[in-house]
Design a protein around this ligand. Structure first.
Ligand code: SF4
Length: 66
């Protein structure tokens, strides 16, 4: 899935730089305790799959939690 997301980000001119494993784990952990996380693994606010979104340094939580 990451390769497809990388391709789309490249087309859009966005960075595909990834965060460290520690940062990724902290982000995902925050999502799993967030009431906006849907059972599908998507964020209710932005609609993204948080496990994918959290990998990218250029992404951020729409509710300023990370
Ligand atoms: S991205 Fe932010 S608002 Fe969305 S589920 Fe994660 S912590 Fe919650």
């Amino acid at each position: 899935m990451s390769l497809l997301i990388d391709i789309v980000k490249n087309i859009k001119g966005k960075t595909t730089d990834k965060v460290s494993v520690d940062t990724y784990n902290a982000r995902v952990s925050g999502c799993y305790s967030c009431p906006s996380l849907l059972i599908t693994g998507n964020c209710k606010i932005c609609g993204c799959f948080v496990k994918d979104k959290a990998k990218y340094s250029g992404e951020s939580c729409p509710d300023d939690k990370w």
